[in-house]
Design a protein around this ligand. Structure first.
Ligand code: SF4
Length: 196
């Protein structure tokens, strides 16, 4: 089986990708590196859900640091950017730089990320961050693939129900939390799109 590093943001975004990899003789080592998630309780909740699922499958999860202060420093000045804007590009850069470094340290050669499995995120931004991060190492390649295709988007929904995963309603940071609350308020007053 080929081994790859799979940077993972949460169980709902990871389960269908993990399932697909195992069915294709690829064994992922999970890397939970998400210092963007706020508050810390939420970070732990998402991490525990992923760890529970991976324990069922016998897969290793490596826990990155929750250094939210450094993440805040990286996105300083971008607090009012919308989702898919400049703050998200920086956020992806931070997380995938760490994933590429971990991939190099472990000698795994190739890494992928679950970040683009949600339709709320920009695949172009995620792929740009992955290519940029991999470019720093001679022995690391970013696996650029659309993880929403080949039925994976639908499978994501099925596995979410099958395992009853905790499924958050905001992307991760305090700014996405704020924007989700504002959207909820708008929905109460009129019409606004709902996150999946
Ligand atoms: S909205 Fe999501 S991707 Fe964008 S900065 Fe916040 S946590 Fe990162």
């Amino acid at each position: 089986m080929e081994n790859v590093l799979l940077h993972s943001c949460c169980a709902p975004c990871s389960a269908a990708i993990i399932e697909w990899m195992l069915a294709h003789d690829i064994r992922p080592t999970l890397y939970y590196f998400n210092p963007n998630i706020y508050p810390q309780d939420e970070y732990v909740k998402r991490k525990n859900e992923l760890s529970r699922h991976c324990a069922r499958l016998g897969l290793e999860v490596i826990d990155g640091d929750w250094d939210h202060e450094s993440w805040r420093e990286a996105v300083r000045g971008l607090e009012h950017e919308p989702e898919r804007g400049a703050r998200c590009q920086t956020c992806f850069n931070v997380r995938l730089e760490a994933a590429a470094r971990k991939c190099h340290e472990l000698g795994l050669g190739r890494f992928a990320t679950t970040l683009a499995s949600s339709r709320w995120k920009s695949l172009e931004q995620v792929n740009a961050a992955g290519r940029r991060a991999a470019g720093r190492w001679d022995d690391v390649e970013f696996w650029e693939r659309n993880w929403r295709k080949d039925g994976l988007q639908e499978r994501r929904g099925v596995l979410l129900k099958t395992y009853g995963f905790y499924n958050q309603h905001w992307c991760g940071c305090e700014f996405s939390w704020r924007d989700t609350l504002l959207r909820d308020l708008q929905r109460l007053l009129g019409d606004a799109p709902k996150r999946d």
